[in-house]
Ligand binder design. Sequence first.
Ligand code: HEM
Length: 439
Amino acid sequence: MEIKGPKANGILGSLKDYSRDPWQFVNDCHEKYGHRVKVRMLHQRAYLLSDPADISEVLQTQSEAFVKGRTFKKLKLVLGEGLITSEGEKWKRQNRLMRPVFGIKHILNLVPSINAVIKEHCQWSEGQVINVHEEMNNLTLKIIARTLFDLDITSVAPTFLKDVEYLMHFLIKRVRSVVNLPTWIPTAEHREYHAASKRFDKLIYSLIDQRLKDRNHSKDLLQILIDARDDDGTSMSHKQIRDEIMTLLMAGHETITNTMAWTMVLLSQNTDYQEKLHLEAPTFWENGKLQESNFNKQNLHMSVIEEAMRLWPPVWAFMRQAARNIELKNLSLKKGEIVFLMPYFTQRSGDFWEKPKDFFPERFLSNSKIIPGSYLPFGLGPRMCIGKIFAQVEAKLILAYLSENFLWESTKVETQTVEAGITLRPTNNIKMRLKLRQK
Ligand code: HEM
């Protein structure tokens, strides 16, 4: 069957429409042409794919035939050669070293640190109105920083969190723009970028040096990265550890922020679930100790978070580039052509989900079958999110704390709009009014 798409006019093709509003452009394409859309931007041929069978082929069955491609090269400016940006043998080695660090055993050891940050941060009072995105952003950045370094990083380096935020926004801006000036041109923005990078690197290298002198430090993520050994006994270079730390700070922050912001928005529209969560949350603890069997099973907390990520997948498009000519089912890709996998459309399509627009967390509680390739908030295949367990544990701990201690409602009801950057975030500057729960 012929794959259709918007008419590609002139040299630019669809670039002008896309650049004007990428989110609108992909929504229009999906609405008009369905799960396989052919587009051209300048000389580049690309496909927008949201059929689960295509997604499984690209990310799983034929994953070795694809690379991450051009956008990821731009990310190297800040992330260096960490797990997200590396390819081939380099990625394989880093993956071998890093995956075990993010297993359930290590992550459950981080629960006391994560919970301490949540308690410190969420000190809100009766009737207080909070900006949800801002609060979740600050909270999740503090959590990833605390679990990496097991210290209050702002007391050692007061500008650290600000620098990380700055570098992230600098990077997002460059990824979005078609043309970027080289960073050696001394604009005010570039000077700030160099200054923030320098402060960041200096701090990380000094923390690594301190750790190598003091071998008795607790097992935070930094220490686990320092101790990680490949099969041949080799460890990561200091530069590699720096790149992985930056990668974890970036990858483990914005995504989870948006997950929590969307979860809160959906729960403010479905208040009966706030009550159900309030009843479940105390079962996770006994005398201040995590009840792992209750916490780890497929409970309502997990299902609510999964349903929020189904409706609003933080990573709403994944890019891959064909490393050679490839045959997918009825789709021939030439080397260099790009595919964008679009979970937002897959996860909201009546072709693959029952009542797809409804907020119905129970769909994840029951054993109803999910079509392979139709649910991928953390990706699929070998490049799937390394922080999945970390993110799930963190999200459940935050949600449990909120449900146990607060009720929240939107200060005004209006149509939710979105901002689609690298991740999908709610706009409207969402404000929630909090009520304290009676103890
Ligand atoms: C709700 C939160 C999160 C979501 C939705 C999410 C989503 C994703 C997705 C979709 C990918 C795959 C991208 C691709 O295939 O192109 C990915 C990769 C990755 N994520 Fe996450 N992530 C989350 C949290 C985290 C956390 C907490 C960390 C670390 C602390 C993390 C670290 C990474 C890394 C290092 C990769 C690259 C893996 C590789 O290429 O081998 N993520 N994430």
